[in-house]
Design a protein around this ligand. Structure first.
Ligand code: FAD
Length: 379
């Protein structure tokens, strides 16, 4: 398989991590993006690496998340060494803060789910909680500490990946969107952009929320609906917050992610608003209220920036990872919805194995595009 030309469509965290894995295997992939690399969902995302929600989904979804979670330390170490950019992987742990019975019951259920995977946390007394987080509200009903939650700073992770790919001689083509695929019979032969045809032996579709639109060109269905997430970034002093904070259930869900330099990322809405990538007064209000409820002192801090991004939703929130039935040489790595940053490490590994003709180190049947939708959504 050594001399083959592999084209990756989409330079978000998924496309970049596949390209980096291929580079390690001695291949020089061609990576294309319609815009600059990694400025869509992969830039917008919080980058918390979370097994709490995956434990609710269970099955192969949890297994995939756990495999990826375990790959991060070594992967990030390598990227840091090779790029001199620190993706800021921090094992900060998280606190689930409940303000009422409904929220507390949801956290208790999560604790049960975690136990089925031999993962456990601890309930904190108000005194213990304020020792861990001095600025945390005193109005919480209960607080659950889970040590395993980590975070990575997504714009730094993707910058490190781009740097490694540049140094390694991958062909990086920004601002060159793929308009259609080139096929002969059922065999993929490359892609067409505004600049012409790029020949390839294999093509990976990793275009995030836009993947479904491209797949339509081949008359195949790859449902990847965009789900908007709005974000508010506060600026505060380093050390203001040490743990990731989660609160609320479903629509009222808010989380705070503290960065090393003191920034506090507050996310996020989950909205079906098409490809409209804007922030709204309602979204901002919800996030600010959620943040101040957890850390009242933030009311005195500066809001540095606000933005939104489009998560690539799938038919059931589980990603599509694997081949496309009916087409030779066409692969999917998309639909990672709310878990794409966490799942980037394992997706890169599995797809690169498949592209080289190896048996992927995990069975991919559950992630096939033509699967029956899973009963428990991967949120
Ligand atoms: C607000 C928010 C918070 C999030 N928080 C987390 C989190 O804490 N943890 C986590 O694990 N996940 C999180 N996510 C989800 C995660 O960000 C995504 O699942 C992940 O970034 C998807 O990566 P991707 O590479 O598939 O998509 P993207 O990053 O969207 O990349 C797709 C790329 O394809 C390109 N493209 C599109 N069409 C074409 C074309 N025709 N030709 C060439 N290129 C094309 C786009 O320009 C884009 O650069 C969050 C997402 C959002 C929006």
């Amino acid at each position: 398989m050594g001399g083959q030309r592999i084209i990756i469509v989409g330079g978000g965290v998924i496309g970049l991590s596949i390209a980096e894995q291929l580079l390690r295997r001695g291949l020089k992939p061609i990576l294309l993006d319609k815009g600059p690399f990694a400025k869509e969902a992969s830039w917008a995302g919080a980058g918390y690496l979370d097994l709490r929600s995956a434990s609710r989904v269970g099955g192969e979804f949890f297994e995939l998340c756990k495999r990826s979670f375990d790959l991060f330390p070594e992967w990030v170490d390598r990227l840091k060494r090779e790029s001199a950019i620190d993706p800021e992987l921090i094992h900060c742990g998280s606190l689930d803060v409940a303000f009422n019975d409904e929220e507390e019951n949801a956290v208790r259920q999560m604790e049960k789910n975690l136990k089925t995977f031999n993962l456990s946390g601890e309930w904190l007394t108000p005194g213990e909680a304020s020792q861990k987080e001095q600025q945390l509200t005193s109005k919480a009903k209960s607080i659950f500490h889970f040590k395993e939650t980590s975070q990575v700073r997504s714009p730094r992770l993707t910058r490190a990946l781009i740097q490694v790919l540049q140094k390694g001689g991958a062909e990086l083509r920004e601002l060159e969107g793929v308009e259609e695929f080139v096929i002969k019979g059922s065999q993929i032969r490359g892609v067409r952009t505004a600049k012409g045809i790029i020949e390839g032996d294999q093509v990976v579709l990793a275009a995030g929320a836009w993947s479904g639109l491209l797949a339509e060109k081949l008359k195949i269905s790859v449902p990847t609906k965009p789900f908007r997430g709005q974000v508010v970034m506060f600026r505060s002093k380093p050390g203001t917050l040490m743990h990731i904070l989660f609160t609320g259930v479903l629509k009222g869900f808010t989380y705070l992610v503290p960065r090393l330099d003191g920034h506090i990322y507050v996310g996020s809405t989950l909205e079906d608003a098409g490809f409209e990538k804007t922030t709204t007064p309602g979204g901002m209000e919800k996030l600010k209220n959620g943040a101040l409820k957890l850390l009242p002192g933030l009311s005195q801090q500066l809001i540095e920036e606000t933005w939104s991004g489009l998560r690539p939703g799938s038919v059931d929130g589980w990603p599509y990872i694997g081949s496309v039935p009916g087409f030779e040489g066409l692969w999917l790595a998309t639909g990672h919805f709310t878990h794409g940053l966490l799942l980037s490490a394992v997706t890169g590994l599995l797809i690169s194995q498949a592209l080289e003709g190896e048996k992927p180190s995990m069975n991919l049947n559950s992630f096939a595009v033509n699967r029956k939708p899973h009963a428990v959504a991967g949120i």
